[in-house]
Write a protein that binds this ligand. Structure first.
Ligand SMILES: [Mn+2]
Length: 387
């Protein structure tokens, strides 16, 4: 059978206040197209459908339309909540989505109450078993281990042991004659961050070794880390990565979705299908003159700009006029003033004029601009009535 693995859509995510809903729509339309072209038997969405716990109506409309588009023709679509999603809200829509052939799993569930999804692959008739584990916060892990693995609270170990127990319980029904899959939203030890994840929920203590996944898994479809990567493990364990770079830290990621072929008797084979929709993120550096030479080659990329010149009034406006895609304009650290704590009083501040002190301050901030100093003098004179 063949299925599509995607995750970390982060629909509704803005970049420096700039909406990216149009791009997200194009990216998701491209993914629906890839699912159709490849005639997949199922779609797995491994969490972080949304960027926030309270997505806008427009963001929800886009996710609903996408899931419906994927489920067209009766293809099973299974989506779990990530750490950015509101698990209870995802669960609230579960019955409604279920009627449309979409399985939503917000909170972790026991195997017999939705923690395991079973269906028959329409192209091959093979039975498919998917153990699903949405994001599990450390705070809730003890309770989930009790609920799902029936581990008494006093016997639950560390976070990774709780997850191991839960996964053991969810995968206990794996069969030799079925395609056995695991889908989860979590951090695997030694995983490389994409750059835009919430660090507090990706740090070391939340990480679990890849060995917690049972060897009989034909494929483990993960979400959470935004970089496409295969983890070192006895079975295929993959992050498909985010299909659209969500922050400048992710500009080097090559966005893809994974098309996976699996059957009960053979190891899974994985093909990365590149995603071309969406504007790229890029970091550029240079003097204003250098940036103007670069400008025509930058297309419609979103830019983070480091200007290799000292700060002066109007510099930001000059750069954004030159590079309309610039969302962030900074002075290159090489030209930024070293942060020094100066105490004017020690340097005889009492004897110097406010203008001199302001000039000194500008010097410490690396600003070389006569106009700013003149403006300060004019304003100061007006306020003090000496002008
Ligand atoms: Mn994410």
């Amino acid at each position: 059978m063949r299925f599509l693995h995607t995750s970390d859509w982060h629909v509704g995510k803005t970049l420096k206040g700039h909406s990216r809903l149009d791009e997200q729509e194009q990216v998701l339309r491209e993914i629906v197209g890839i699912a159709r072209e490849n005639e997949v038997d199922a779609v797995l969405v491994a969490g972080d459908l949304y960027d926030t716990a309270a997505p806008t109506a427009a963001a929800q409309q886009l996710v609903v339309r996408t899931l419906m588009g994927m489920a067209r023709d009766g293809i099973p679509v299974i989506a779990i909540a990530g750490n950015h999603d509101h698990a209870a809200t995802i669960d609230a829509y579960r019955p409604l989505a279920g009627a449309a052939g979409i399985t939503l799993v917000g909170s972790p569930r026991t195997a017999d109450r939705g923690g395991v999804v079973e269906f028959t692959a329409r192209s091959t008739g093979e039975p498919v078993t998917v153990a699903v584990l949405p994001f599990l916060s450390q705070r809730y892990a003890v309770r989930a281990a009790e609920l799902i693995a029936r581990t008494p609270a006093e016997h639950t170990g560390a976070y990774d042991q709780q997850l191991r127990d839960i996964l053991a319980s969810l995968t206990a029904g794996f069969r030799d004659d079925a395609v056995n899959l695991v889908m989860a939203h979590l951090t695997v030890l030694n995983g490389k961050m994409g750059g835009g994840e919430r660090t507090a929920q990706s740090i070391f203590e939340y990480a679990v070794p890849a060995s917690i996944f049972p060897v009989e898994s034909h494929y483990v479809a993960l979400g959470h880390l935004h970089r496409r990567q295969r983890m070192e493990a006895p079975c295929p364990v993959h992050y498909c990565g985010a299909p659209l770079a969500v922050d400048f830290g992710e500009q080097e990621n090559e966005p893809v979705v994974c098309i996976v072929e699996a059957s009960p008797g053979t190891p899974a084979s994985i093909t990365d299908v590149p995603i071309s929709a969406g504007r790229r993120l890029r970091t550029v550096r240079g003097t204003v003159a250098e940036l103007s030479v670069l400008a025509p080659s930058l297309g419609d990329d979103f830019l983070r700009v480091f200007v290799k010149e000292p700060a002066r009034a109007g510099l930001r406006e000059e750069v954004t006029a030159l590079l309309p895609g610039a969302l962030e304009v900074r002075i290159d650290p090489e030209f930024a003033a070293p942060v020094t704590v100066s105490r004017p009083s020690e340097a005889g501040g009492a004897e110097r004029s406010p203008s001199e002190l302001f000039g000194e301050y500008l010097g410490t901030r690396g600003v070389e601009d006569q106009r700013v100093e003149q403006l300060f003098r004019r304003l100061h004179d007006r306020v003090t009535g000496s002008g």
